[in-house]
Design a protein around this ligand. Structure first.
Ligand code: PLP
Length: 307
């Protein structure tokens, strides 16, 4: 048995160390970012909202016309086996559908490619360190790039087209900011690399409904807001309106609710994590432990074999 304690991958029926997991250089996933994927968190030994992530993944697989030979139940079995083999209690668990190689010389027809499924897991990823999230992170509105239009690449289908985010991240890091937020071509706030964005005005919470991935954490946040008696508005969020927010926060499966203290040269909630965002952040982590949303990782011994 190889060491998979730092992370594991499931490829072609084998569970292997994450460091050995690789795809072909001629895979369209590599040459054309032709991939649909999803990421479900594992927290204290259980998947969170597993069926919601599986449903979104299978919808992406369908939308991108992948034929990966596994259904949602088989994907779930694979994830259970892989995470269990790794022994990780808190994990970032990716499921991936790739276009694959085109075996026909000279063919440019996507229908000829051999689509395939793989999965991998590593220790839980916080897209912003927990310390920084507790204090309120910093966000740079990208100036050199806009979010790729939703009628060019559908953001509801989780994908690897990160060119716009990567440009924004270079801008942000060069300016000393933690992460970046992208506008659409109409000047509305959309999303950033791995997160949705929210603005709080008194008891109203606003987040974009278009040009963004419908994050599972976003859905959890909207549920929590309603439970906390906050009004929720899902609609376009113009940057001009965003500047007048009392508080700003982000949501991601990689870290839950992430308060924002600073956007460009402006501070929010007195340059600290705001009270609404902080309360939602705490409630999110409590929710990760609620039985009705958890699927405990089944111990290994199912359909796969360890290479
Ligand atoms: N938007 C983008 C572009 C993302 O990649 C992600 C997650 O990785 C999110 C939003 C947040 O979605 P979720 O809450 O499902 O993690």
């Amino acid at each position: 048995m190889q060491d998979v304690s730092k992370g594991a991958a499931w490829m072609g029926g084998n569970i292997i160390p994450i460091s050995d997991a690789a795809v072909s250089v001629t895979d369209w996933g590599v040459t054309h970012s032709d991939i649909g994927y999803d990421v479900v968190p594992v927290w204290k030994g259980a998947f969170f909202r597993l069926n919601d992530y599986l449903d979104r993944f299978m919808a992406s697989v369908h939308a991108l016309r992948f034929d990966i030979g596994v259904d949602a139940d088989a994907v779930a079995d694979i994830l259970h086996d892989m995470v269990s083999a790794s022994g990780l209690q808190n994990a970032y668990v990716a499921m991936v559908a790739a276009r694959g190689r085109n075996p026909i010389p000279g063919s440019r027809d996507p229908r000829d490619c051999n689509n395939h499924f793989y999965a991998w897991c590593v220790p839980y990823v916080h897209i912003v360190s927990p310390d920084q999230a507790d204090q309120g992170t910093s966000v740079w509105i990208a100036k050199s790039v806009r979010r790729i239009p939703q009628d060019s690449v559908n953001p509801k289908v989780k994908n690897y087209h990160w060119g716009d985010f990567t440009s924004g991240l270079f801008e942000a890091k060069d300016k000393g900011f933690e992460t970046t937020l992208l506008l659409d071509h109409e000047g509305n706030v959309t999303e950033g690399p791995g997160f949705n964005a929210f603005a709080v005005y008194g008891d109203r919470v606003v987040t974009s409904d278009h040009g963004v991935l419908h994050g599972i954490t976003r859905a959890t946040v909207l549920d929590m807001c309603r439970e906390h008696g906050l009004r929720v508005e899902t609609r376009p969020l113009p940057l001009e309106e965003f500047w007048h927010a009392d508080e700003v926060f982000l949501s991601s499966s990689g870290g839950g609710v992430i308060p924002v203290a600073k956007v460009d040269d402006r501070t929010f909630s007195n340059g600290a994590a705001g009270p609404v965002a902080s309360r939602l952040r705490a409630t999110y982590f409590e929710g990760l432990e609620k039985d009705h949303l958890r699927t405990p990782v089944r111990s290994h011994g199912g359909m796969t074999e360890t290479a």
